[in-house]
Ligand binder design. Structure first.
Ligand SMILES: NC(=O)c1ccc[n+]([C@@H]2O[C@H](COP(=O)([O-])OP(=O)(O)OC[C@H]3O[C@@H](n4cnc5c(N)ncnc54)[C@H](O)[C@@H]3O)[C@@H](O)[C@H]2O)c1
Length: 274
């Protein structure tokens, strides 16, 4: 018996990285999964973003656990597209019970990071996109009258500034932090209002995680040129694995955390202490 038998999950940014890990983990625990991902490049982002093939691969991994997957190539910045993805999920699987609002970009390096467009992109994807995702999925939960659980992917950048010099005051980097701070307000408001309907809303706040967002030349160069101790943590861990974040996400989605709502859990090896 799985922790999520009979449940349906909706995961944004599910093509690869942490989103894929969350999707495969909830499937292992018995959930069917709606996978939503852009699968395209955003110009301000220097590293390569995911592809349709990545999304199909995640769907196949979900199906390997005997669960159904509904891969949807769509943009969390587009309200109509998010609403349509939720509608398709409900019409295919009957309901949505678990949500991971995880899609994200990090345009903090390269020429694009210095364009004001990078500010717009970060806020659109990681603040507005999270709002659309949480708004539409929780409405589906309210319609279903059976509660649910939402986890938003924040960051240690939800709680601190990481700019150590003028270079990192670029619109992409500051926008990243602003969006990640902003989702705390989304999380707290939805948690406060929807608790009475059995819908819990929480956030996970990772430090560095081994995904293509940070395992790339651009980010490696940034780290190499940064002062000693930048992004250090108490445990001297370089990068967490996606599974480390999934373990926290699964707990927040499960009945084991049934009275936990409106909170943010750092999975950061103590980075916020340093
Ligand atoms: N990797 C890290 O070190 C780290 C640390 C803290 C927080 N995070 C956050 O974790 C989340 C997952 O990132 P990851 O590390 O798995 O990176 P990733 O780049 O591997 O995955 C992000 C996914 O989000 C998708 N996406 C981006 N914009 C989208 C849009 N507009 N609509 C739909 N999908 C979109 C991408 O296509 C990609 O598949 C992000 O919110 C990120 O900010 C990452």
């Amino acid at each position: 018996m799985g922790r999520f038998d009979g449940k349906v999950a909706f995961v944004t940014g599910g093509a690869r990285g942490q989103g894929r890990s969350h999707a495969v983990n909830v499937a292992r625990e018995g959930a069917d999964v709606v996978l939503m991902d852009l699968c395209d490049q955003i110009e301000s982002v220097e590293y390569s973003m995911s592809t349709r093939a990545d999304l199909e691969e995640t769907a196949a991994l979900v199906e390997k656990h005997g669960q159904r997957a509904l891969p949807i190539q769509a943009d969390v910045r587009d309200h109509a597209a998010v609403a349509d993805a939720v509608r398709r999920g409900v019409s295919e699987f009957g309901h949505i019970d678990l949500v991971v609002a995880n899609a994200g970009i990090m345009p903090t390096t390269g020429a694009g990071s210095h364009e004001l467009q990078a500010w717009t992109d970060t806020l659109d994807v990681m603040l507005t996109g999270v709002f659309y995702t949480v708004r539409e999925t929780t409405q589906a939960m309210l319609d279903n009258r059976n509660g649910g659980a939402v986890v938003i992917t924040g960051s240690t950048s939800s709680f601190r500034g990481v700019a150590y010099d003028v270079e990192l005051l670029n619109p992409g980097q500051v926008g990243y932090g602003a969006a990640k701070h902003g989702v705390i307000a989304i999380m707290k408001n939805f948690a406060r209002a929807l608790g009475q309907y059995g819908i819990r809303v929480n956030m996970v706040a990772p430090a560095g995680v081994r995904t293509p967002m940070v395992v790339n030349d651009a980010f490696s160069n940034l780290r190499a040129s940064s002062p000693p101790g930048w992004m250090a943590n108490a445990m001297n861990v370089d990068l967490a694995e996606p599974q480390d974040i999934s373990d926290a996400v699964l707990w927040l989605l499960s009945a084991e955390s049934r009275y936990v709502t409106g909170t943010a859990i750092p999975v950061d090896a103590g980075q916020l202490l340093c």
